[in-house]
Design a protein around this ligand. Structure first.
Ligand SMILES: [Zn+2]
Length: 106
């Protein structure tokens, strides 16, 4: 894994905060407007990310591909996306460690 500079880290955190805030706003807006339940809207958001991957991968394949250098590897890329979704859904590791410490002293 490449080493990240503090500038890379800052840009990563800014991008993460922006995407999270944008999706959170749209999530609330869609639920208010449509009355659809949270898990239905969550599933639509996950499907949208998959569709964005599909379109981006298509734009980086074939004879008229984007020249930025990204080569999609569908199997590995989908694993990365699934892992990121799972990791973000489960409890944060710091909280788990605290619970483990409490359990360890009981
Ligand atoms: Zn590109």
């Amino acid at each position: 894994m490449p080493a990240f500079s503090s500038d890379d880290e800052r840009r990563h955190e800014e991008a993460q905060a922006h995407i999270r805030a944008t999706i959170m706003n749209e999530f609330g807006e869609v639920m208010r407007r449509t009355g659809l339940p949270p898990m239905v809207v969550m599933r639509l958001a996950a499907q949208a990310v998959g569709a964005i991957y599909r379109e981006s991968a298509a734009a980086h394949s074939g004879s008229d591909a984007c020249p930025c250098g990204w080569c999609p590897h569908e199997r590995a890329d989908i694993d990365v996306l699934c892992s990121a979704l799972t990791a973000a859904c489960i409890r944060q590791p710091t909280r788990d460690l605290r619970l483990l410490r409490i359990a360890g002293t009981a």
